[in-house]
Design a protein around this ligand. Sequence first.
Ligand SMILES: [Zn+2]
Ligand SMILES: [Zn+2]
Length: 247
Amino acid sequence: MIAIVNTKGDAIAQVATEFSPNEIAYFRLIVECIMLAPSESFSLSSIAAIKESANLPSKMTKTEAESTLNAFVSKGWLVKSKRGRYSLSTRSLLELQTYLKTTFEDEVLDCTICMEMVTKGIACSTARCKTRMHMHCYDDYKLKKRRVCPNCQSPWEELRLIPVGEDAVKDGPDSRRRSRRVEREQSMEEEEEEEDEEEMMQPPQEAEEDELMESETPPPAQRNSRQRRATQMSMASQLYDDEAEED
Ligand SMILES: [Zn+2]
Ligand SMILES: [Zn+2]
């Protein structure tokens, strides 16, 4: 387990050689936030990106965090949109493809047409349908006069398709990071309603604390089990602290 996690971490270090270990650790955190962004937005607001630097083993000032983020953009690893949101560049998607596919296997879906990861494009609006397409792949698909989802066969009207990528979120502070798809589906039937209620009732600062706590546990597999347990524990929250420490 530890060996696997280290190898995955090295994948970034191996390609982003121009950065210091702390900067690489920062980049890894940003990549994780982007890949786990809610609503498949695969993007992160600049405020959230700067805040994430607080989770680094050796702290950065706000200015240092900002200039490091600028360097990630200028070296071609991240893209910053007009709205000020960060997403992965084409270079990152290509060079980190294996890392991203293995680490975030359940979070990112492949394009139904070209089989590459879709971090920007469209999604079928049918619940749990896994059809995703890049915009250019969708344009080709439309040219062939196909107006149904290739998976679930539901009729596709353009307005009903869901954006994947930055367009999936409105401006303003980022909402809480999504849990991994696998556990979301597992817990959906039993806990869907309760979770929704919980999310709405939670004040924003609690969500932030949650996020900090998650980020302190970098190995994804560990966080996975921890999150899942956190969900199970939500009804018995007094037990949660004891359990979490055992991780
Ligand atoms: Zn495609
Ligand atoms: Zn579909």
